[in-house]
Design a protein around this ligand. Structure first.
Ligand SMILES: Cc1ncc(C[n+]2csc(CCOP(=O)(O)OP(=O)(O)O)c2C)c(N)n1
Ligand SMILES: [Mg+2]
Length: 324
């Protein structure tokens, strides 16, 4: 990795962002497994360089949509850990009043127009946002984060077709982590995902999703194209989820669906460790990195303590926001 074009402050802020996602989700994982946190929790651990690499090229005016594995996207786009933690705990003080939960977080003030429990659902929403961006002419762009499994939904083809035809400022970020729930991509996905864009004349790139700099540079090219009115881009980020599909899977799966040696090999390629190694090569001291980790640990602790103490929503709130 080379760090050309980013200042030390920017690089440390990127480190802070990736470490925030990691520590936040390690906390969630522990609370989910201990039964404190009800409901399914899908963590993003291992994929942090994708969300942070893309969002580091965006502003609050750009829009993102995300997935059931969406905490990383929310935090990378500037959503606050406390607002997210409270939402996942289902509290009234959560960013969506406790009614969205882990899979349906949104923060319109930061262009986070929604995570989505419907696999592929965010692709259509981002395409609509890209059309809105084109119509208001302010140079905004819209990003759809989705998985390799979602790439097999028909909506991806519909989105690429219309985005290519109308030159929409849309960036399709496919996070290919090799699995769709418990199915290997090799068993359910034909061909090379980034090649599918060629059929629509949409420029595409395959990047190492565990290499922040590589993702960041490709995102820079895609965002420039979108802002210049040159239309959509498809980015396939090759990555891996180090945890299971869902934190509770050990309670219902009869047997393992992936080799421990495979997980271990990817753990060696941990995107945060790789980024820290780059920083340690003459940019930041071990003490500086450790100070950031401690600062984040305190932030996560505070968010969790506040979330646990905050009130549940009033039952009447269930009937609010039903109609516009
Ligand atoms: C339309 C739809 N079909 C099926 C599901 C069940 N489901 C939830 S996550 C998932 C796998 C998604 O895989 P991928 O898109 O690769 O995302 P990843 O979990 O790997 O991040 C499936 C099939 C769903 N939520 N929505
Ligand atoms: Mg996947």
């Amino acid at each position: 990795m080379s760090n050309k074009n980013l200042s030390k402050d920017e690089l440390l802020s990127i480190y802070r962002s990736m470490v925030t996602i990691r520590q936040f989700e390690e906390r969630l994982s522990a609370e989910s497994k201990s039964g404190i946190l009800p409901g399914p929790v899908h963590v993003y651990i291992g994929q942090e360089a994708v969300a942070v690499g893309i969002c580091a090229q965006l502003t609050d005016d750009d829009w993102i949509t995300s997935t059931h594995r969406g905490h990383g996207h929310f935090l990378a786009k500037g959503g606050t850990p406390a607002a997210l933690m409270k939402e996942i705990y289902g509290r009234e003080t959560g960013i969506c009043g406790g009614k969205g939960g882990s899979m349906h977080v949104a923060d319109f003030s930061r262009g986070i127009i929604g995570a989505n429990g419907i696999v592929g659902g965010g692709i259509a929403l981002a395409t609509g946002a890209a059309l809105a961006a084109q119509l208001d002419g302010k140079g905004r762009c819209a990003i759809a984060f989705f998985g390799d499994g979602a790439a097999n939904q028909g909506v991806m083809c519909e989105a690429m077709n219309v985005a290519a035809l109308w030159k929409l400022p849309l960036i399709l970020v496919c996070e290919n982590n090799g699995y769709s729930e418990f199915s290997k991509a090799a068993d359910v996905t034909a061909g090379v995902l980034s090649d599918r864009a060629k059929a629509y004349g949409v420029p595409s790139e395959q990047v190492d999703g565990n290499d922040f700099m590589e993702v960041w540079r490709a995102a820079g090219r895609a965002v420039a194209r979108a802002r210049n009115g040159e239309g959509p881009t498809f980015l396939e980020a090759r990555t891996y989820r180090l945890h299971g599909h869902v934190e509770s899977e050990h309670t219902f799966l009869p047997k393992a669906y992936r080799e421990e040696s495979e997980v271990e090999a990817w753990r060696e390629r941990d995107p945060i460790k790789a980024f820290a190694a780059m920083l340690s090569d003459g940019i930041a001291s071990a003490q500086e990195l450790e100070a950031i980790e401690q600062e984040i640990a305190a932030l996560v602790e505070e968010a969790a303590a506040e979330a646990a103490a905050d009130p549940w929503p009033d039952p009447e709130a269930a009937f609010k926001h039903m109609f516009a």
